[in-house]
Ligand binder design. Structure first.
Ligand code: BGC
Length: 370
């Protein structure tokens, strides 16, 4: 497994290096296309504009490609599958040279992907794996299993699980991501593999008994739905003496909603601390919450790096080259193994937030109200 990850990292470095070289070559005259002007029209589809991370992703890919001379059709699908299929159909009709797709439902685009293949348009699955289709050429993402492991590590550290004893078990509830997003599987599995030894020892307990991914999933990552579930859990299992110590959360807005639900029943007051909650995406509101000592941590997946890796991959393909050194074992979409480029993510707590987020320019001090 380790070797595979190292291979992916090497591949990324090679691709980024190669991209710079190829981009230079392209500017000297190659790669003109019929449609879109410049070096060709690239279609980029993102799931929704209502989540901070996808706006950053869209901007990073668009700006990077435009800098290399490509024309970009960037569309957001409002978390609506019909909108997304229409946008992709339109892009195929317009004659895009490559499609970069972050899906809503990973299994819902098979017809569009077949049409793309028929039109010889390579498809890059962006962040979320496109499932159940042979017509997916590449996958660019973070190491989702490792991200899940970091979610588990956040609870292990934040709840000091290594010091916990069976006579006073640590009490948690679990949330998972959207069931139609393959990333949810990696996040859940990575986290549960880390937490399993503590469940097995009996130092970690889930009073609701709701542990299966199917039961704890949050369709479309909807934070309002998660908040309702948290409120229901609190009134069903915590109205007596039971105190909730931690929450496994796969996504910052879910973390913040769960914290709201907890506050509304008295957590966050003297003698009743807020539960330890992690998250994912390092959104501005969560960074502020972390600095304020409420959300405990998040996982930063730097969308600038994902954007840059995607831009390099697009450019490599547009130069007619075959990217090499990709991970060809980890991501099976149900029909084939999709060659993947997997990036690393970083746990962010109050201790390293300034260095990991502000000093790197991911968010500015002003955005965080500092
Ligand atoms: C992404 C996460 C994001 C979630 C909700 C997942 O596919 O990997 O970064 O938090 O979707 O948008």
């Amino acid at each position: 497994m380790k070797l595979v990850k190292k291979g992916a990292l090497v591949a990324l470095v090679l691709l980024i290096g190669a991209g710079t070289v190829f981009a230079g070559g392209g500017q000297q005259g190659g790669g003109q296309s019929q449609s879109g002007g410049g070096k060709g029209l690239i279609g980029v589809v993102m799931p929704t504009r209502s989540e901070e991370r996808w706006i950053k992703d869209g901007n990073a890919v668009k700006e990077g490609l435009e800098k290399l001379g490509y024309t970009v059709d960037l569309q957001y699908s409002d978390d609506d599958i019909a909108t997304q299929t229409r946008q992709i159909d339109d892009m195929i009709t317009k004659g895009v040279k490559i499609l970069v797709i972050a899906s809503i439902d990973g299994s819902a685009l098979s017809n569009q992907l077949a049409n793309a293949a028929a039109a010889k348009i390579p498809v890059i699955s962006y962040d979320r794996l496109l499932m159940q289709s042979p017509n997916v050429d590449y996958y660019v993402s973070f190491d989702n299993y490792k991200v899940g492991g970091q979610m588990g590590d956040i609870l292990i550290t934040g709840l000091k699980l290594d010091q916990a004893v069976t006579s006073k078990p640590v009490i948690v509830e679990l949330f998972a991501g959207s069931p139609d997003d393959n990333n949810s599987v990696g996040f859940y599995q990575g986290a549960m593999d880390k937490l399993k030894p503590y469940f097995d020892k009996g130092v970690l307990k889930v009073p609701s008994g709701q542990i299966d991914r199917a039961v704890i999933g949050t369709l479309r990552w909807d934070a309002a739905e998660a908040q309702k579930r948290m409120e229901n859990l609190l009134s069903a299992y915590y109205s007596g003496d039971e105190v909730l110590n931690g929450i496994l959360s796969p996504y910052d807005p879910i973390s913040l909603s769960c914290l709201e639900a907890c506050k509304s029943v008295g957590y966050g007051t003297p003698g009743k601390p807020l539960p330890v909650v992690g998250g994912q995406d390092c959104i501005v509101a969560s960074c502020k919450s972390i600095l304020a000592g409420e959300q405990y941590a998040t996982v930063l997946k730097d969308t600038r790096s994902l954007g840059a890796a995607t831009v390099t991959l697009v450019d490599t393909l547009m130069q007619g080259r075959t990217p090499t050194g990709l991970d060809t074992t980890s991501y099976n979409n149900g029909v084939k193994i999709v060659p993947s480029l997997l990036l690393d993510s970083v746990i962010v707590t109050k201790d390293n937030l300034m260095a990991a987020v502000v000093d790197t320019g991911y968010h500015t001090a002003a955005e965080l109200g500092l």
